[in-house]
Design a protein around this ligand. Structure first.
Ligand code: NOJ
Length: 535
């Protein structure tokens, strides 16, 4: 099998506002990322995905793009980008950018022109509609950030559609001129040498013809606090068949540049997600698999999830796994530090490309953002539901100096309260730290083809009772057993016969205690994950 870099490799997501500030304005930038590449090389990642760094009014912190082919001055210049790309490549780290094709900023020149008059040549770049016959918005579609997804434009007496903020009007992907203009963006960056794109809300690009109302969601319960968007089922506003043609066109462009990767952001049930690998025509290389972010944390449920995901993959499709991102609570905030370590072992030993989220290698946990510091428009629009994303976006703590070495100015969001002890410099020196564990896991993955590219086989039901998830990874001559205790009590695991002489290569509990075991069994301590091997 010809294994490509993004199959063998580990991706690391950088939220650029929060990684490293180089110019003292309290906001991270590209020169800052370049300065910290050694951290990423030491960690052992193969690629970085940088959330949007393009010119933007920052209504949604860069997911509202005003110019797709430049760098926002807060983050630097195109020359800074070229330097970062070269410096990353010199360390054999690939660079993946964030493509935001569904919507632009309302300050993008296209929208400014489109809005200027009904007869503008760019009017049809966006989704303009008359009011409903009885007045009001054209249909019942709800923004993902709450409220109607239609914004009234007084001057031209029509509504425009925005799946997110009103400052993020949706493009009309049925217009071939829009498509070509957006494909030109891909060419621009691929020709510059970028190694791939994460594609924002890929499943949103096409809306049903005629804009029919979405059906009400019978399971909607406002008291659950999941957000108003769940009041309807988004069956007409998202995931339309034609989107696969677009994914195919993007794929053809990516493939024409050699080994580049397209990672689609798609939140859909498994069957529909699989469709984004493509059927007759190839789709994106990796439709993001967010199941570990969304699933309850228990061994049995996750074993079933792994089995179902593996079984659902179309022939030739490469799996991938994610524990967190800039939109979701951090893994250690959800599970606590001990289980976050087990989760890291899971992520980095499953079959498929893992994406790590910056700061998770430090075990950053729960952070309360005081109301006066809230920045996220999601939180500001539907406050108090716990949907705010600021806690997952706080600055990376590098050391024990002022502002954790993140900035010489005032950080745009507060730091994790324990930054004086939980920072890269301090945890680098601490043998049992989450950072040390991540480094060892990545090194193990690099050393063992079974982990990077081997098969996976879940141990049968007996082994998965009582909080334990266990599986084998195998490739030619290389075989490992991974056993994860999801609970707070010791658990015994019966070893398959090949593993009777296996020894622990790595534990999530990094002390010198020898494992309790007989030839055929091993005891997992509370919250312990183990990788066992025979070499
Ligand atoms: C998904 C992005 O991950 C999120 O941060 C953003 O708010 C929306 N798409 C809109 O672009």
């Amino acid at each position: 099998m010809n294994v490509l870099w993004w199959q063998r490799g580990v991706v690391y997501q950088i939220y650029p506002r929060s990684f490293q500030d180089d110019n003292g304005d309290g906001i991270g930038d590209l020169a800052g990322i370049e300065r910290r590449l050694d951290h990423l090389a030491d960690l052992g990642v193969d690629g970085i995905w940088i959330s949007p760094c393009f010119p933007s009014p920052m209504a949604d912190f860069g997911y509202d793009v005003a110019d797709y082919c430049d760098i926002d001055p807060r983050f630097g210049t195109l020359a800074d980008f070229d330097r970062l790309l070269a410096a990353a490549h010199a360390r054999e780290i690939k660079v993946i950018l964030d493509f935001v094709p569904n919507h632009t900023s309302s300050q993008h020149p296209w929208f400014v022109e489109s809005r200027a008059s009904r007869s503008s040549t760019r009017r049809d770049f966006y989704l303009w509609r008359d009011p409903a016959p009885e007045g009001g918005p054209p249909n019942n579609w709800i923004s993902d950030f709450g409220g109607s997804a239609w914004e009234w434009d007084e001057a031209s007496s029509q509504y425009y559609y925005h799946a997110f903020l009103k400052e993020q009007p949706d493009l009309n992907w049925r217009n071939p001129v829009v498509r070509q203009a957006m494909y030109d963006v891909l060419h621009f960056w691929f020709a510059r040498g970028v190694d791939g794109f994460r594609i924002d809300v890929l499943w949103h690009l096409i809306k049903a013809e005629g804009f029919p109302d979405n059906p009400p969601n019978p399971a909607y319960d406002a008291s659950l606090g999941l957000g108003e968007m769940h009041r309807v089922l988004q069956i007409h506003s998202t995931d339309q068949a034609e989107v696969h043609v677009i994914a195919g066109e993007m794929r053809r462009i990516a493939d024409s540049y050699g080994e580049r990767v397209l990672i689609g952001e798609i939140y859909l049930p498994l069957k529909r997600l699989m469709h984004y690998y493509g059927r007759e025509i190839a789709g994106v290389h990796l439709p993001f698999n967010f199941q570990l972010i969304e699933a309850p944390w228990n061994a049995k449920g996750i074993a079933t999830m792994i089995a179902e995901y593996e079984a659902a993959l179309p022939p030739g499709a490469w799996p991938n796994w994610v524990l967190g991102n800039h939109d979701r609570p951090r893994i250690a905030a959800r599970l606590g530090e001990a289980q976050a370590r087990v989760a890291a072992m899971l992520l980095l030993t499953l079959r498929g490309t893992p994406t790590l989220y910056y700061g998770d290698e430090l075990g950053i946990g729960r952070i309360e953002i005081p109301p006066s510091d809230v920045r996220d428009p999601r939180e500001l629009r539907e406050p108090g539901l716990g949907l705010g994303r600021d806690p997952a976006r706080t600055p990376m703590p590098w050391d024990g100096t002022a502002s954790a070495g993140f900035t010489s100015g005032t950080p745009w969001l507060p730091l994790n309260p324990d930054w004086r002890t939980r920072n890269v410099a301090r945890l680098s020196e601490a043998p049992g730290s989450p950072l040390a564990l991540h480094r060892r896991l990545l090194a193990l993955r690099r050393a063992h083809p079974a982990l990077a590219v081997g098969d996976i086989a879940l141990l049968d039901g007996d082994h998965q009772e009582h909080d334990v998830l266990a599986y084998e990874r195998r490739s030619d001559g290389d075989r490992l057993l991974i056993a994860l205790n999801f609970g707070a009590r010791p658990r015994e695991l019966c070893l398959p016969s090949w593993a009777h002489h296996a020894r622990p290569l790595l534990s999530t509990i990094e002390d010198d205690a020898p494992p309790v075991r007989a030839a055929t069994r091993i005891v997992l301590r509370p919250d312990e994950g183990l990788v066992l091997g025979t070499d």
